[in-house]
Design a protein around this ligand. Structure first.
Ligand code: FAD
Length: 439
């Protein structure tokens, strides 16, 4: 029997993009679950189950013509002239920042710059981006160039595109969208089944993503920063121009409006450990948002690490994206230069190691346990060493327990006491794996 959206959600294979709701005739609605994720919930009304699963980026049995990023990129990225196994199809690779938006953005401000150009050049009439909404964040339509800075900065809290497809048919004009890899894939799948949406959504900005975090991540960071009750207006990337690019802080306002912040370095490794991360991310092999018109990430490279204001790595995958970047360089608005694909890959190396190199092991374990898994492109499947397999097992255990322990106490001190053993064991196993690998 074919899997339903409810089956996928039950197996943790949902990041909450909300694309399924657009084909459910109102039967699926996005709601918060007990793990702090937005997920589609069936309200009992009748709907076409097969149609909704076809749009899901984690579909276990997709049609051959759209089965993975490799075939989808052939269909949608016709301008591309180069190909790399890890970067995907592309035109050019760059590194740098926007003079105007760098200081108010998460990284080099290229995303905000690209969105401004898309609106100025009338390539789109609206952008659908993540913006402040009553103290929290949600996807919203936006077209006010004067206030473009208000759409800057990436937000590590669940958001959903459910609202877009409720409005899109009544909306006069074209739309540019920012999204992490699975959200971008969802849009491409929707465009496949509704080709008119290719004109309607002519530009996708890909936000390179190391993992989709539950709202527990924000709860935990807010408490650690000293907020005991409600919090709002979280800032996930407060830069320190005098320090390293990676030395950023998290901050939020308490219920009296006082701002509290904490250096992420004090909290410990929140990304490599998989704390509060969606299980679905362990079955995504698209590190570089291979299906977007432009892919943007952080230049986590030794040459740029000392620059606390941040730099973007940039991969252009359509002529329009490349034109925006090259015009920005010529006009002096962008301080951007070419960089090799090797450097682009180096900047995301831990993500490639986890997401692509170790996927076969995670698939095997998952299949052995009888869990549902999405279709994974065969070319990335590799065998890994015993030492790295142990790291994988412990990372999944830590990820799983982070949810269990947080729900038990919702107290950051109690949580740290409980998860500490798993974090230490993970660190130890990773150290052994690195030593053996270096031998
Ligand atoms: C969950 C998550 C994980 C990430 N992991 C990595 C990583 O492992 N490696 C890496 O190099 N970079 C990662 N990034 C990307 C990085 O944080 C920067 O966002 C990226 O480099 C763009 O920087 P910028 O200065 O150009 O963006 P800005 O100019 O600050 O603009 C960011 C744009 O993204 C939109 N946005 C904000 N939050 C979201 C969201 N959740 N989904 C979609 N759009 C959003 C904003 O509205 C804005 O338009 C991650 C981002 C997210 C959201």
């Amino acid at each position: 029997m074919k899997a339903s959206i409810t089956d996928l959600v039950a197996n943790g294979l949902c990041t909450g993009c909300g694309i399924c709701t657009s084909e459910s005739a109102g039967a699926l609605e996005m709601k918060w679950n007990e793990d702090g994720f937005l997920i589609p919930v069936h309200n009992g009304q009748k709907y076409d189950m097969e149609r909704t699963v076809k749009l899901c980026p984690f579909n276990p049995s997709p049609d051959d013509s759209i089965k993975d990023e490799d075939v989808l990129s052939l269909k949608y990225l016709k301008d591309t002239t180069q190909y790399d196994d890890r970067v995907g199809r592309f035109l050019n690779t760059y590194v740098g920042y926007s003079n105007q938006f760098r200081s108010t953005s998460s990284s080099g401000g290229i995303a905000t710059y690209v969105f401004k150009q898309l609106l100025i050049l009338n390539i789109v009439d609206y952008i659908y981006i993540v913006k402040e909404d009553n103290g929290s964040y949600s996807y919203q339509l936006f077209n006010n160039i004067e206030e473009i800075e208000s759409v800057s900065k990436t937000r590590y809290i669940p958001v959903t595109m459910e609202s877009l497809f409720k409005q899109i048919n009544c909306l006069d004009g074209k739309i540019g969208i920012s999204g992490v890899a699975c959200f971008v894939k969802a849009i491409r799948l929707k465009q496949h089944y509704h080709p008119d949406l290719y004109q309607k959504i002519p530009f996708l900005v890909g936000i390179i993503c190391g993992g989709w975090k539950s709202s527990f991540f924000s709860d935990f960071l807010s408490q650690t920063a000293g907020i005991q009750n409600e919090y709002s207006e979280q800032e996930y990337r407060i830069k320190d121009p005098k320090s390293l690019a990676s030395d950023y802080s998290y901050g939020a306002k308490d219920d009296l409006g006082n701002f509290h912040s904490i250096k992420m370095a004090k909290v410990g490794d929140m990304w490599g450990t998989g704390l509060f991360k969606s299980r679905a991310c362990d079955f995504c092999t698209d590190v570089m948002t291979e299906l977007a018109d432009i892919s943007l990430g952080d230049a986590w490279l030794p040459e740029y690490r000392n620059d606390g204001l941040g730099n973007n790595i940039i991969v252009t995958r359509s002529k329009m994206a490349d034109l925006i970047i090259s015009n920005g360089i010529s006009s002096g608005e962008l301080k951007v230069s070419f960089i090799s694909t090797g450097k682009i890959i180096q900047s995301q190396l831990p993500s490639f190691a986890h997401r692509q190199d170790a996927i076969k092991f995670r698939l095997n374990i998952s299949n052995f346990k009888g869990h549902l898994t999405p279709y994974i492109r065969k070319r990335v499947l590799k065998s890994i060493s015993l030492a790295y397999s142990l790291v994988q097992i412990q990372r999944e255990r830590t990820r799983y327990r982070s949810f269990k322990y947080w729900k038990e106490s919702k107290n950051s001190n109690v949580f740290i006491d409980k998860i500490n053993f798993d974090l230490k064991l993970l660190k130890y196993l990773t150290k052994i794996y690195h030593r053996l690998r270096n031998l």
